[in-house]
Write a protein that binds this ligand. Structure first.
Ligand code: GDP
Ligand code: IMO
Ligand code: MG
Length: 480
């Protein structure tokens, strides 16, 4: 049974919020609920770290996002990319759960399952929450149409239907995984959800045509997802039929996954909650509106998996040794120069899901400290340190300056201030040695260790793991 956790601090002692040591609420002998979150703008290497930490867990749960995510694992040179399936799936004896907070495109999920089976990976322990919401074909069309309509103001979404699906969930017009198992309910729900979409897509298409006409572009072919209604992809009958079939195939995996997590935690088993996207893409705390439509921060793991707040005993933040962002939105440390190019090339900074070139920049410690606070982070994993070898001196942003000249020590909550903030850097020595073969802290060049030490001291969180290459073995554990 789950042990009753007690706060061991004497009541008059202040909570050492900045202490780099283990959090005092933790009983070090019992750390069953571990959340893994992106500490920057995504693609930090969460997949790889989840796969590694999964060795010590029994259950791995995705708790939010959808197939906007692209999580990569490299094992002995073989690459696996997951969009919906939790990154613990290569440990076939462990339960991998798609939690209720995830939005799930059934065609994409089945494609992933088939892909894994072709590679002889057993997916028998995959469980899907009956309460997870489905990304329907109209969500994908609306995502594209919405982005097209925004034009220069577009968010740069992955166009996978994420925003419209979460919107329908909040509107209570969503279709859930359990609905796939009852054709009558499914038809009724799709009909109710579809009607307003057809109208919205029709209006968007009329608007687009009008704009094109004004611009004298009538002859041009309509952009994908913005015209030609009725669209065969929006046919109720075929949509129901297709989804009933999806239901048949997914049925063996559908379960009460919140109960599964409860039972595992109750038996003192370790559950890893795998976040997708990242803190600065959080719907509430990120760089709104240039964010995703879910909450990738650690607190959301409780809602998205169906566990209680005190079931989370440890939070790991994953950050690259520099920063990247894909899509639009403020990025104070972005580099528009040769160093930025070098980071793209050496780090292979192209999106796992969309193939888009990622914007690159220096490590932003103002933003990282913000992520530490929002997630109440216990440990950090710094990935892709190898990419920095040969690039020097290294810069890290330690504060911003506003347009008016004010010094900003913390991440500004006001959108316009953030948009015009310029970073101020601390310069640190670089290192030239190839570190891909390093496996112990002592193997790393002193300048690399100093760089890590500077980050850890600044954000007051211990770095427990360092990535020195894409393969799962290319890591340096720090401390015990
Ligand atoms: P995620 O979305 O956070 O799981 O990250 P992605 O998989 O989208 O992107 C991370 C990329 O960096 C992938 O191509 C990984 O294989 C790669 N990667 C992860 N860790 C390291 C590392 O330490 N060094 C290098 N060079 N590549 C890494
Ligand atoms: P992983 O889990 C990086 C970005 C998109 C866009 C914004 C909104 O691999 O780290 P959406 O399709 O979610 O409505 O797009 O969020 N975005 C990501 N960027 N990594 C991701 O996932 C992302 N998922 C969404 O580029 O800027
Ligand atoms: Mg990714």
């Amino acid at each position: 049974m789950r042990a009753q956790r007690q706060i061991s601090m004497p009541s008059d002692a202040p909570l050492p919020r900045n202490a780099p040591a283990a959090h005092p609420r933790h009983n070090p002998a019992l750390m069953p609920g571990v959340v893994i979150v992106g500490a920057q703008w995504g693609d930090e290497g969460k997949g790889k770290i989840t796969d590694l930490l999964a060795e010590r867990a029994e259950v791995i749960v995705r708790f939010q996002g959808g197939n906007n995510a692209g999580h990569t694992i490299v094992r002995e040179g073989k690459e696996f990319k997951f969009h919906l399936i939790p990154s613990g799936i290569l440990h076939s004896e462990k339960a991998c759960v798609i939690g209720n907070g995830v939005v799930l495109d059934p065609a994409v999920l089945l494609g992933e399952i088939d892909g894994l089976k072709r590679r002889n990976i057993d997916v028998g322990n995959l469980r899907i929450s009956a309460n997870a919401h489905l990304i329907m074909p109209y969500h994908v069309l609306l995502d594209t149409a919405g982005e097209t309509k925004l034009g220069k103001l577009s968010i740069g979404t992955t166009r996978r239907g994420i925003g419209p699906c979460y919107a329908d969930k909040a509107l209570r017009l969503g279709i859930r995984v359990q609905d796939l198992l009852d054709e009558k309910i499914l038809r009724t729900k799709i009909r109710a959800a579809l009607e307003p979409k057809q109208q919205a897509l029709r209006e968007l298409s009329v608007q687009r045509r009008k704009l094109r006409k004004e611009a004298g572009e009538e002859a041009k072919a309509p952009a994908e997802g913005t015209a030609v209604v009725p669209d065969p992809r929006l046919d109720l009958h075929s949509m129901v039929e297709e989804h009933v079939n999806f239901g048949h195939r997914l049925e063996p995996h559908i379960a009460d996954t919140a109960k599964l997590c409860w039972d595992a935690l109750d038996a003192d088993k370790t559950v890893i909650f795998e976040g997708a996207q990242a803190t600065l893409l959080d719907l509430d705390h990120g760089t709104y509106p240039f964010v995703t439509s879910s909450n990738p921060i650690a607190g959301a793991a409780t809602v998205g998996a169906g566990v209680g707040p005190t079931d989370i005993t440890e939070v790991w933040g994953i950050a690259k040794a520099y920063a990247t962002r894909v899509g639009a939105g403020p990025f104070p440390t972005e580099l528009d120069d040769e160093v930025g190019e070098q980071l793209v090339e050496r780090g292979h900074e192209f999106g796992t899901t969309t193939g888009r070139r990622r914007r690159c920049g220096w490590m932003d410690l103002v933003a990282l400290r913000y992520a530490v606070r929002l997630n109440r982070m216990d440990s950090l994993a710094i990935t892709k340190l190898d990419v920095l070898s040969g690039i020097g001196p290294l810069k890290v942003a330690v504060r911003y300056r506003s347009k008016e000249g004010a010094v900003l020590e913390s991440f500004p909550y006001h959108q316009s201030i953030l948009h015009s903030a310029t970073p101020e850097y601390e310069e640190l020595p670089g290192f030239d040695a190839d570190i891909e073969e390093c496996r112990e802290e002592a193997d790393l060049p002193q300048a690399a260790r100093d760089y890590l030490g500077f980050i850890s001291d600044f954000v007051k969180v211990p770095i427990r793991l360092v990535g020195v290459g894409p393969d799962r073995d290319q890591v340096v554990w720090i401390g015990s």
